[in-house]
Design a protein around this ligand. Structure first.
Ligand code: DLZ
Length: 191
C-alpha cells in the first residue's frame, strides 16, 4: 500500500511544472522523518579475522568537527575488532564530492582490502546538498564495482548540524562505527 502511494506521488511530481515540482520536493524533504536508529548498535556475531587486513579511510575536511568524530569512531571500531593501527591508511580530501576520487586511489592499491569514505553533507540554502549527496552515493557504488572490493558509504546526509552531531558520537551513536563494522563484514564476505 505504502509503495503504491509513493509510486503515485512520484508520477504526479514527474508531471508537474519545474516550479511546482521544486515546491513539492521542498515540502517532502522538509517534513520527511530522519532515521533515529542508533548507529553504534550493531550485530557483532561471526566477524572475520581482520588482524592482517588493510583498511583505507578517506575523510572529507568539510564539516571537520563532525568528520573528525566519524574518523575516531571508525578507527576505534576497527581496532576493537582486531585491526592493527599500522594497517590503517588515512587520507583526507577537501569535501565529500572528492571522496569518490580519494576512494578510487585507495581501492586501486592491491594491498588494501576495503575502503571507508567518511563525510558529512548538511542541507543548506542551495541545491548543493542533493547534487553532492547523489554524486557521492552513485560514485562510490561505481568504485565498489570497478575494483570489486568493499567501499563503504560512511557519509552523513542531514538537514541540520544538530542532526549530524547526534550521529557522530552523540545520542544516536556514530556513523563511523557503522561504517567500520560494514567494512569488516564485507571483508569477510569477499574472502
Ligand atoms: C560546496 C560544499 C557544500 C555547499 N556543502 C558541503 C557539505 O555540506 N559537505 C561536504 O562534505 N562538502 C560540501 N561542499 C564541498 C564539496 O564537497 C566539494 O568539496 C566542492 O564542491 C569542490 O569540488
Amino acid at each position: 500500500m505504502a509503495l503504491a502511494i509513493i509510486f503515485i506521488v512520484k508520477i504526479v511530481i514527474f508531471f508537474l511544472s519545474e516550479k511546482k515540482r521544486n515546491f513539492a520536493l521542498y515540502f517532502i524533504f522538509k517534513y520527511k522523518k530522519m532515521s533515529t536508529k542508533n548507529l553504534s548498535d550493531y550485530k557483532a556475531k561471526n566477524l572475520p579475522d581482520i588482524s592482517t587486513k588493510k583498511f583505507g579511510i578517506v575523510v572529507a575536511e568539510w564539516n571537520e568537527e563532525i568528520t573528525n568524530n566519524l574518523l575516531q569512531g571508525t578507527i576505534d571500531t576497527l581496532v576493537k575488532h582486531g585491526a592493527k593501527y599500522e594497517n590503517l591508511v588515512v587520507k583526507t580530501v577537501p569535501g565529500s564530492y572528492e571522496l569518490v576520487l580519494g576512494s578510487t586511489h585507495l581501492a586501486k592499491r592491491s594491498k588494501i582490502d576495503a575502503v571507508i569514505a567518511l563525510g558529512c553533507i548538511i542541507q543548506g540554502e542551495t541545491r548543493h546538498f542533493e547534487f553532492i549527496a547523489n554524486a557521492v552515493a552513485n560514485g562510490l557504488v561505481d568504485v565498489n564495482l570497478r575494483h570489486s572490493k568493499p567501499v563503504v558509504f560512511g557519509v552523513l546526509t542531514t538537514d541540520t548540524l544538530e542532526q549530524a552531531k547526534d550521529r557522530s558520537g552523540g545520542k544516536l551513536g556514530n556513523k563511523g562505527d557503522e561504517a567500520a563494522i560494514t567494512a569488516i563484514k564485507m571483508v569477510g564476505f569477499t574472502e
